[in-house]
Design a protein around this ligand. Structure first.
Ligand code: NAD
Length: 249
């Protein structure tokens, strides 16, 4: 998988967790990489960093244009920025539904819309969306989050269909429970974070959480020429959770 040489990639939400691991892996494999994030202050060279909020169309268009100019083109878009939400349909009001949907779904649409004219110029154009096993697993206490990821899954298939004849591939990864700062924040909010982590690990088929690097590996595969005939698919990176029909309750 060293064939990112000469390719230019943009990673949203690339300052933390899965996005950061992906940006660093693509760069290590030879890509020129730009990160688009709400707070890119921790992003170091050789990665290029651009501040933008995926809920703000003007800031997205400006950051994508600047990233493409800095990279000298665009071949790979990783739509990864996303936020979580807990609870049943009775726990989140309309404003919360709109807020999370705006980041997790419309955010990917905005970035894709800004990126597609540049991807059309590439002879190796791919988009990888960060979805989740929540899209199809029926997780309790995740109604809003699951609905946004269900939408990301449908969006992936629809975009794959719309752009296949233009040579643009569109796929998604479906991570399980990944050891990122996001999950760290959830655990830190528990009464006993160490006990909560041990219980979470015990519920994984593998007995451990997925690492951000392991998700990055799957994203890199889908973004690379190695998967040149693959479009409109999802790849689970969940330690067996989905295949074994288990639930990360
Ligand atoms: P994280 O919180 O560690 O990183 C998310 C990054 O996205 C941050 O750098 C944040 O600043 C950025 N971001 C958030 N809102 C943004 C906005 N409006 N505009 C621009 N950037 C924004 O989270 P993570 O765990 O690495 O999650 C990344 C993706 O993976 C998300 O789409 C999430 O839904 C998905 N995912 C995570 C897990 C998990 O267990 N961690 C599981 C399945 C899917």
């Amino acid at each position: 998988m060293s064939d990112f040489d000469g390719l230019k990639a943009l990673v949203t939400g690339g300052a933390s967790g899965i996005g950061r691991a992906t940006a660093e892996l693509l760069a290590a494999r030879g890509a020129r990489v730009a990160v688009l994030d709400l707070d890119p202050s921790s992003v170091d060279k050789p990665l290029l960093a651009f501040r933008a909020d995926v809920t703000d169309d003007a800031s997205v268009r400006e950051a994508v244009a600047a990233a493409v100019a800095g990279l000298g083109g665009l071949d790979v878009l990783i739509n990864n920025a996303g936020i979580g939400a807990q609870g049943t349909v009775e726990d989140n009001d309309d404003a919360e539904w709109h807020r999370v949907y705006d980041v997790n779904v419309v955010g990917m649409v905005r970035v894709s819309r800004a990126a597609l004219p540049h991807l059309r110029e590439s002879s190796h154009a791919t988009i990888v969306n960060t979805c989740s096993i929540a899209a199809t697993a029926g997780l309790p206490q995740r109604a809003l989050y699951s609905a946004t990821k269900g939408a990301v899954y449908s969006l992936t298939l629809a975009m794959a269909a719309d752009h296949v004849r233009e040579g643009i591939r569109v796929n998604c990864v479906n991570p399980g429970t990944v050891d990122t700062p996001w999950v760290g924040r959830l655990l830190d909010a528990a009464a006993d974070p160490a006990a909560e982590r041990a219980a979470l690990e015990a519920r994984q088929p593998t007995g451990r959480l997925v690492s951000a690097d392991e998700v990055a590996g799957a994203v890199a595969y889908l973004a690379s020429p190695l998967s040149g005939a693959t479009t409109g698919t999802s790849l689970a990176v969940d330690g067996g959770m989905q295949g074994l029909r288990l639930r990360p309750v």
